[in-house]
Design a protein around this ligand. Structure first.
Ligand code: GLN
Length: 254
């Protein structure tokens, strides 16, 4: 490891996971583990923080991650989430990278109206709205994004999300449903926010998204980011394993 890398190793990125108690299903915690490990391989330290209902919001957040949850979990966090809305919107406008999966993806939008008619307000960070359907959209998804290539994952949601003009879709669906059963889009992109319905978890099979989030976080904090050279070692091995996982996921039935 070069001296530069060792110096960079003292540098720390604060990753905040939002509501891990209620919003963390189908292995979403794996997203945080991938970010932590890939930061380490690139010579940075990850400091993982958790925010749950009633906690003080930490002052120095470099990367924010939120997972999915049952409708009931979304109801539990809704009031607290509203209290964070101005802070989270300001962080997004300040280009803090964020990953929002499924349940929190929905609540980063304007609202989620569940299939029983309960309206759970969102924080309006993303220009989109979600309407609960009677049918659940379940199964493996393959989508394609100009930015990140093929994106593989697993969806399980009743909410059908429709994007407004203020966001772009993350990807176009090739297999599965994605945001809804009407248009062909999966997820949403806005500034450095990546939002997606895909669990699995998402980042182990889609390291291009992890590296995007890391690059944005490190550049924003330290002014520049040089990826670790992919010489023999951890990064090569990870590339091999994640490619195997992608191939395997691509062959799974819907
Ligand atoms: N409860 C939401 C829905 O069913 C989100 C589900 C999830 O996060 N997997 O649409």
């Amino acid at each position: 490891m070069s001296e530069d890398r060792i110096a960079a190793g003292n540098r720390s990125i604060n990753i905040l996971q939002l509501y891990p108690r209620e919003m963390n299903i189908y292995g979403d915690w794996g997203n945080v583990l991938v970010l932590k490990q890939r930061l380490k391989w690139n010579g940075y330290t990850a400091n993982v923080l958790e925010y749950n209902v009633g906690d003080d919001f930490p002052a120095d957040v470099d990367l924010l991650v939120g997972g999915g949850g049952q409708d009931s979990g979304q109801v539990v966090i809704q009031e607290d989430l509203q209290s964070l809305a101005p802070t989270l919107r300001a962080l997004a406008e300040d280009d803090v990278p964020m990953l929002a999966i499924c349940g929190l993806y929905q609540l980063f939008g304007r609202f989620f109206k569940t299939h029983t008619g309960t309206v759970i307000p969102g924080i309006g960070l993303l220009d989109l709205e979600t309407h609960g359907g009677t049918e659940r959209l379940i199964g493996n998804v393959l989508s394609v994004s100009e930015e990140f290539g093929e994106i593989h994952g697993y969806e399980n949601h009743s909410g059908q999300t429709f994007l407004g003009p203020g966001v772009k879709p993350l990807a176009e669906v090739r297999k599965g449903e994605g945001n809804n059963s009407k248009d062909n889009y999966e997820g949403a992109r806005y500034r450095n926010v990546v939002a997606s319905y895909l669990h699995g978890s998402l980042l182990p099979k889609n390291p291009a998204i992890a590296d995007f989030l890391i690059q944005q976080a490190v550049t924003r904090k330290f002014g520049s980011f040089e990826p670790a050279p992919p010489s023999p070692g951890d990064l090569d091995e990870l590339a091999r394993l994640s490619e195997l996982a992608r191939q395997h996921a691509g062959q799974r039935p819907r």
